[in-house]
Design a protein around this ligand. Structure first.
Ligand SMILES: Cc1cc2nc3c(=O)[nH]c(=O)nc-3n(C[C@H](O)[C@H](O)[C@H](O)COP(=O)(O)OP(=O)(O)OC[C@H]3O[C@@H](n4cnc5c(N)ncnc54)[C@H](O)[C@@H]3O)c2cc1C
Length: 351
């Protein structure tokens, strides 16, 4: 087995580690510009607050990611996985009521705690607040830089743009190099891929601010309408936004204004904006990852569509995908691109 991974973002890196663990020969080609994995806040949030339910597959994803990231930290001798508490200020009485309902539900024992008696002075929480148990967050920049360094030193990462003209699918070669599996992990650029662009990408641009503050607690993530995440460098990330139908990855004044408006709902503490970044989340119409082999071009695969919670999702499905390639273990139907064959692939190609 000889694998070429196109894309060295979170997806490509997680697959690479899983291949290495299984002693499979691989290399990564990355064009050296990253617009999502490096910008991400990297939060591991087991709840979807809007409906106050557990995040999709959270019970499987969380134990898996804890082991996965800790193992990588040890393997490559780096630190990027940090503990934090997550404090939610309830957005309404209805949300507080839902929180109380979940408290009575055994399925939420691992995640939800009784509401706090008090709120910190700086927090705008007229309906109260409470803590969610989370393993913390991944420092995205530290993750990307340390992993790139690791694979570069092993000469398994090449910085280059993948050139489709050099791909010979029938001979299974790229630029003359034989492969058995070519896995596309191109993030939002996947929608321009000539073989997988038919899939229903619904990419979502997101922006975050870096802020300084003397007020906030350095061990807690705060959440209500926006989030404030304390970083390892003494500052905080404040975000984020969602915008569709754009491929422009540069920061905008509008998003900055929106974030600061949302911030006012969370706190009135004085902050100083010191940075502003934007990225594009590789998201999908049905909000599930895109994993599997091309319907007709054997040897071509995709691992993409990690959406807004990539740092949660990637480890579990990287393991599942490599299991599928090595041992034929069936992919979860919810993530397998087969779910789109009839609707998006067959009609277009049968004309
Ligand atoms: C503002 C923001 C906040 C976020 N916050 C969180 C969060 O708190 N928690 C969380 O879990 N997730 C978060 N995410 C989501 C997370 O960042 C993504 O799900 C994840 O990073 C996607 O990783 P990826 O590797 O699939 O894509 P990308 O990170 O986009 O990587 C794709 C890589 O492919 C390479 N590439 C593309 N085309 C080619 C080509 N033709 N040739 C060579 N290389 C190519 C690019 O250079 C890039 O490095 C956030 C995202 C954003 C934008």
């Amino acid at each position: 087995m000889k694998v070429i991974i196109v894309g060295g973002g979170l997806s490509g890196i997680c697959l690479a580690h899983q291949l290495e663990k299984n002693n499979i020969s691989f290399r990564i080609i990355d064009q050296g510009i990253n617009h999502s994995s490096k910008v991400a806040a990297g939060m591991i949030n087991p709840m979807t607050f809007r409906r106050m339910i557990k995040t999709w597959r959270g019970d499987d994803l969380i134990p898996c990611l804890q082991k996965f990231y800790s193992e990588i930290e040890n393997k490559i001798n780096a630190r990027f996985f940090f503990q934090r508490k997550l404090r939610r200020a309830f957005a309404s009485q209805h949300e507080r009521d839902l929180w109380m309902e979940r408290l009575e539900d055994d399925a939420y024992n691992n995640y939800i705690n009784s509401p706090e008696k008090d709120a910190p002075e700086f927090l705008n929480a007229p309906f109260g607040n409470g803590f969610i148990n989370t393993p913390g967050y991944i420092d995205a920049k530290a993750f990307m830089e340390s992993n790139h360094q690791y694979f570069q030193e092993k000469q398994l990462l090449e910085y280059a743009q993948f050139d489709f003209d050099k791909l010979d699918i029938s001979a299974k070669t790229y630029n003359g190099e034989q492969y058995t599996h070519l896995i596309f992990c191109e993030g939002f650029k996947g929608e321009d891929n000539p073989y997988f662009g038919y899939l229903p990408f619904k990419n979502a641009k997101g922006e975050v601010l870096n802020i300084e503050s003397e007020t906030f607690n350095k061990s807690e993530i705060l959440n209500k309408k926006c989030f404030i995440l304390p970083t390892e460098y003494g500052d905080f990330k404040l975000g984020s936004t969602y915008a569709w139908n754009t491929k422009d990855p540069s920061p905008t004044e509008k998003a900055k204004t929106d974030i600061l408006e949302n911030y006012k709902l969370l706190s009135s503490a004085k902050i100083k904006v010191t940075g502003h970044e934007a990225g594009i989340r590789p998201a999908v119409a049905d909000r599930r990852p895109l994993i599997g082999e091309h319907p007709t071009q054997k040897g071509l695969y995709i691992f993409n569509g990690l959406g807004a919670k990539g740092y949660m999702i990637a480890p579990y499905f990287a393991i599942a995908f490599i299991e599928n390639l090595l041992n034929g273990k069936e992919l979860d139907k919810e993530v397998d691109i087969q779910r789109f064959y009839k609707k998006y692939f067959l009609p277009k190609n049968s004309i």
